[in-house]
Design a protein around this ligand. Structure first.
Ligand SMILES: Cc1cc2nc3c(=O)[nH]c(=O)nc-3n(C[C@H](O)[C@H](O)[C@H](O)COP(=O)(O)OP(=O)(O)OC[C@H]3O[C@@H](n4cnc5c(N)ncnc54)[C@H](O)[C@@H]3O)c2cc1C
Length: 435
């Protein structure tokens, strides 16, 4: 373990990979990079039809929620990017209204990751092609076209039927760790230590001066937290930097509409999510290509489902931490108007599943599709330390000096798509500014 560094980056997930790579391009900057979990994921764990987040997985940790849902997060090199659904979509352009960053620089940061119009980029992003679509996704797109929705194509999604762009090499998820592996090879000023959980931050007055790993205290001019929304909140609460009770957190709450597959069932899918619908009132309808039990070991089989997700939720949840319970997430209440909106779209999804496009795919003898009464989670928690409030627009924590947060914690607003591409875009934009 080294005695110190110019910069310590905590966490080697989606944001940490981008930040450690960018900051260590300058050979004069000594970057120490600490990851709680193990080394790179094996190819079998990167299959797009498998999310290795089951209980006991070496690639995930699980946080409890007051609602009783398990909240898995990626652990080890690649973090959540190595275990997630492989959906890599930009937010809508309109989601950045109010951000002080130039639109063309936001676009340039996304381009570096997803290759823009042509696809590619460091994350090897490609939309699923027509002949790669699962039968559910094909029926889904046909249905919404019948309903008058057009296709939203290109790198910037908008209202309409959106073919998912995915970070992948064929049918393998490309993690953030793979996206930088070649570039960091041989860099002597970058030291990555896996199995090295940071358990606390040391401060002198109002300045963060060091991190604690096991019994070692490692000093740095600057500490950059990329431990993920829940990991960063835990570390900050444990170190007394933020109040340990009621840290606000945002989530895309989701209702599932379940159905029984027809006999014989559609063939097994090679990817969880290939097509979504974005509505003009902030809903994302997700065509999951099977039962979650098909994609995650140990999950009880409950039948395939479509998801109806509230992308611009009105109410935050909260996070509490104490020595006895550790971190506990309360996903919060869903307001009456949001519940009504979810109910309207869930009913339209039920009609879709009972309609002609799904006639050969859904077993109807038992009464057809059923709307689940539980409002679930998308595993997207963000916004505990929003930029412009708890940090500046370069992730510098306002309460103390010497500390930045560059992971999903600092997203200041909700987005109309999932967070992964935007978490990495934000890390890339800021790392470029401060390098
Ligand atoms: C199961 C799942 C599926 C998802 N699917 C999608 C999807 O398809 N599309 C989408 O847009 N979004 C998806 N998401 C969300 C998306 O993956 C995350 O928003 C994004 O990866 C968060 O990046 P991050 O850098 O903030 O954190 P992470 O990628 O989670 O990285 C945090 C890293 O920090 C490490 N760490 C934590 N604490 C410490 C510590 N104290 N010391 C050292 N290291 C530490 C962790 O081990 C981890 O490697 C999904 C998330 C999950 C969990």
């Amino acid at each position: 373990m080294p005695g110190g560094a110019d910069v310590i980056v905590v966490g080697a997930g989606s944001s940490g990979c981008v930040v450690a790579e960018r900051l260590s391009r300058d050979p004069a900057r000594r970057v120490l990079w600490l990851e709680a979990g193990g080394d790179k994921a094996a190819a079998t764990e990167l299959r797009l039809d498998r999310l290795p987040v089951e209980a006991g997985s070496q690639r995930a940790v699980h946080y409890p929620s007051r609602q009783g849902f398990d909240l898995p997060r990626g652990r080890g090199l690649g973090g959540s990017s190595a275990v997630n659904g492989g959906y890599f979509m930009r937010w809508h352009k309109s989601d950045f209204a109010g951000w002080p960053w130039p639109q063309q620089e936001i676009a340039a940061a996304y381009d570096r990751l997803d290759g823009g119009e042509a696809g590619g980029g460091s994350m090897h992003v490609a939309a699923f092609a027509d002949d790669e679509l699962h039968e559910y996704a094909r029926a889904f797109e046909n249905h919404w076209h019948d309903q008058g929705f057009g296709d939203s194509t290109g790198p910037w999604p908008d209202v309409g039927v959106v073919r998912v762009r995915s970070n992948r090499d064929g049918w393998l998820r490309r993690s953030a760790a793979e996206s930088i592996a070649q570039r960091i090879e041989g860099r002597k000023n970058l030291q990555l230590l896996t199995d090295s959980e940071v358990i606390g931050l040391r401060r002198s007055g109002d300045r963060i001066t060091a991190v604690v790993v096991g019994e070692q205290v490692i000093a740095a001019d600057e500490v950059i937290l990329c431990a993920g929304t829940l990991g960063t909140a835990q570390l900050l609460a444990r170190s007394g930097i933020v109040g340990a009770q009621s840290i606000g957190v945002w989530e895309h709450r989701e209702v599932l509409v379940r159905f029984t597959p027809a006999t014989p069932p559609a063939p097994a899918a090679r990817a969880l999510l290939q097509s979504v619908l974005h509505t003009d009132d902030g809903i994302e309808i997700r065509c999951y290509n099977g039962d979650f039990a098909d994609f995650i070991s140990g999950v009880p089989a409950t039948g395939p489902a479509m998801g109806v997700a509230l992308m611009h939720t009105g109410e935050p949840g909260s996070i509490a931490w104490d020595l006895t319970s550790g971190l506990v997430v309360d996903l919060g209440e869903v307001s009456r108007s949001d519940r009504e909106k979810l109910a309207v779209w869930a009913e339209r999804v039920r009609e879709m599943l009972d309609g002609p496009r799904f006639a050969a795919l859904v077993e109807r003898s038992g009464g057809g599709a059923v709307i689940d009464s539980v409002v679930r989670t998308s595993q997207h928690a963000w916004g505990t330390l929003p930029m412009g409030v708890d940090t500046d627009w370069l992730g510098r924590v306002t309460a103390v000096s010497g500390l930045r947060v560059l992971d999903a914690s600092i997203l200041p607003t909700a987005g109309s798509s999932g967070p992964h591409a935007t978490v990495m875009m934000v890390a890339s934009y800021i790392a470029d500014q401060i390098a």
